[in-house]
Design a protein around this ligand. Sequence first.
Ligand code: MRU
Length: 352
Amino acid sequence: MLPTIERQGDTVVMVDQRKLPGQEIYVRCRTAQEVAKAIRTMVIRGAPAIGVAAAMGIALGMGRSTAKGTRQFAVDFQKICDLMAGTRPTAVNLFWAIDRMKRVFADAAQAGASTAEIAARLDREAQAIHDEDVASCRAMGGHGAEMVPDGARVLTHCNAGALATAGYGSALGVVRAAVEQGKSIAVFADETRPFLQGARLTAWELVRDGINTTVITESMAGPLMRAGEIDLVVVGADRIAANGDTANKIGTYTVAVLAHEHRIPFYVAAPLSTIDLATPEGDRIPIEERDQREVSHLGSSRLTPEGAKIRNPAFDITPHRYITGIITERGIFRPPYVESLREAFAGVSARA
Ligand code: MRU
């Protein structure tokens, strides 16, 4: 399986997603600050992978803490959690993972554990978050593959694959599971301006797995749907509000409206850690505005004239009415989402 992120001794190692597919380079982070920088600068990206990275970064940072007593240790911990929380605002998995780490810290401190014991527990929790994410992706794949007929031509946007998770992928996990069931699947990958996650990362992952892949620019999705060349859309999510409204990579909303117009099923595949019951609707989800340079430049080449204004919101909101179903590790949830998503958490603690 593709190694997105791994703990190796006193380092966290991740494949540099800015360099793919041209170069497969691994970045070795030695401090929590280096992990935070890797998240901010998109060395690692994708909502579940960001959550795993933050958890591993916190564990790494606390393992290196020089605090003499638990009081100073708690101060260091809070600083590192704040650092991670400031990296990217939209993917709720980041805050979900930080909350999990905070609960482990509080429980251990409450039980009178030593700083070394607390650090060991944080390490174990970060690894558990990683391993559970892979298991969730596989379960999502199993549920979602039932929705993918043999011979399906599947459109996806951005990269919701192994690289965006701890492994296997959410939307691409659905594709992988369908292929593993022996189905013949063709994937159309939107290139996904401006960071090109579709053209670079989704295509790289799928070609590596021998899955039939065609890269298209976003503007080609509508005409292909109209020509009857797309059967199904599956995308990932950065945050799903309690009513099912979904934040995902900018351009997802346009794809959803097009799918609705052409009566093509539009599925969102995401683990429960992406569902934020504490946010009632999509308009309340913070949307990250990234550096203008991602739009104005391609590498070091300027594309736009000096003086032209640039906007770069990294995500958009797809209203729940365009979403056929939300595929999770606990099954596929359908409208009305206010009820079904609440039921999805039966017996599980939610961010509510
Ligand atoms: O800016 P990115 O690359 O982190 O955005 C990623 C996406 O929008 C993904 O579709 C989403 O995080 C789901 S990943 C399983």
